[in-house]
Design a protein around this ligand. Structure first.
Ligand SMILES: NC(=O)c1ccc[n+]([C@@H]2O[C@H](COP(=O)([O-])OP(=O)(O)OC[C@H]3O[C@@H](n4cnc5c(N)ncnc54)[C@H](OP(=O)(O)O)[C@@H]3O)[C@@H](O)[C@H]2O)c1
Length: 247
């Protein structure tokens, strides 16, 4: 009997607070993971150690997603390690507040170069690789429910995420029928440890979430699992937010 090859997932930002837990969940479900990190080497190494408990073939590379040359180098490295790509997840993202009246060009570029431009060129590389494969593969972009909200203190971040949701639909149309492209837009799953009023903010957020709590990584993983298995859904955005968008 011939053995089924192991599935492979390429994930940008795979060492992120939420993304690393999704990566570990996928590794436990039989995926080998190739992920990118940017500045947090120790966190990336810890993530790789954890992944290798479940998926020994996992690997990582440092990559600045804001640089197209770096993205292309990461994909070349990926091709050298792995013979297939089943699932591409774009999770690398920059997140900080910006004052609408005072935002600088540098801040704008830092946010949009990583979140929008970088995601586009990651999807382009993923699409080109997947098109060579004789089987159905999938791209999942991780966006944010704020793409549908008007957070005046986060304009470049939210505009980038809205842009990625639009790119998701464009790639879905262009890549059909062999590559399915969807987006998952999380509500709040983790609080930012850099915020000094974290507890008050969390309390305030809970009031705006009908399910009255933050999301759990396992709940995001179950949405990813659904998209990774479903074969008749493309160009969609799944908001997973405890009902926050109803508020
Ligand atoms: N956590 C939430 O509650 C939440 C809510 C809504 C949406 N999301 C979305 O879910 C995804 C995962 O979230 P998370 O909490 O895991 O994010 P996170 O903890 O903020 O981590 C962000 C990741 O992106 C990487 N990154 C940042 N700038 C980069 C750059 N220029 N080049 C390459 N990588 C870069 C970071 O790498 P280094 O640390 O190595 O620099 C890190 O791995 C993100 O797309 C986020 O926008 C999360």
């Amino acid at each position: 009997m011939t053995q089924q090859p192991r599935k492979v997932c390429f994930m940008t930002g795979g060492s992120g607070r939420l993304a690393s837990q999704v990566a570990c969940g996928l590794a436990q479900e039989g995926y080998d993971i190739f992920f990118t990190w940017h500045q947090s080497k120790a966190r990336a190494e810890a993530t790789l150690d954890e992944l290798r408990h479940h998926a020994f073939g996992s690997a990582m590379t440092q990559c600045d997603i804001a640089s197209v040359a770096d993205i292309r180098r990461a994909f070349t490295e990926f091709r050298e390690h792995f013979g297939r790509l089943d699932l591409l997840i774009t999770a690398a993202s920059n997140f900080f507040g910006t004052s609408l009246g005072e935002i600088s060009e540098k801040e704008w570029d830092q946010l949009t170069d990583t979140n929008l431009k970088g995601t586009f060129f990651t999807m382009q590389e993923g699409m080109n690789l997947m098109k060579e494969q004789p089987f159905v593969s999938r791209i999942i972009t991780i966006t944010d429910i704020s793409a549908n909200l008007t957070w005046t203190g986060f304009a470049p971040y939210t505009a980038s995420k809205a842009g990625v949701q639009h790119l998701t639909r464009i790639f879905a149309k262009a890549c059909a029928p062999t590559i399915l492209v969807n987006s998952i837009a999380p509500g709040t799953f983790t609080m930012n440890p850099d915020w000094n009023n974290e507890q008050d903010l969390e309390e305030e957020l809970r009031h705006k979430i009908p399910l009255k709590r933050l999301g759990e990584p396992a709940e995001l993983l179950s949405a990813i699992r659904f998209l990774a298995e479903n074969s008749y859904m493309t160009g969609q955005v799944i908001n997973i937010d405890g009902g926050r968008l109803l508020y």
